[in-house]
Write a new protein. Sequence first.
Length: 139
Amino acid sequence: MKSFRKELWFNLPTRLGFVNITPQVEAYLQESGIMEGLILINAMHITASVFINDDESGLHHDYEKWLEKLAPHEPVSSYRHNDTGEDNADAHMKRQVMGREVVVAVTNGQLDFGTWEQIFYGEFDGKRKKRVLIKIIGE
């Protein structure tokens, strides 16, 4: 069994945003040479996410609106976490809803996706550097 590890780095200019990282993940899979196995894509920060869904701008807009309704950024004083001097309690909650990581099967050297599935990095407290781990295991 082989193991392959890479990182993606992000510094989004906005507080909230989504980036389709499927092309980078596919490139790393090809670089790994692994034909059969699993790939873990993991947000390595507590206010960011990795998730799988459709790459459709209306859906991404809906996510932004929905997440802001679930955990509004303001007023920041409404969150106990922000008593520490932070202003990102909402980002922690948004990450919890959207998830920490995804695992995708690798079959014949390709991501074994369902129809329309793509991998996204979700940012909920942007304007600073964060990373995503890509870990591939298999043969």
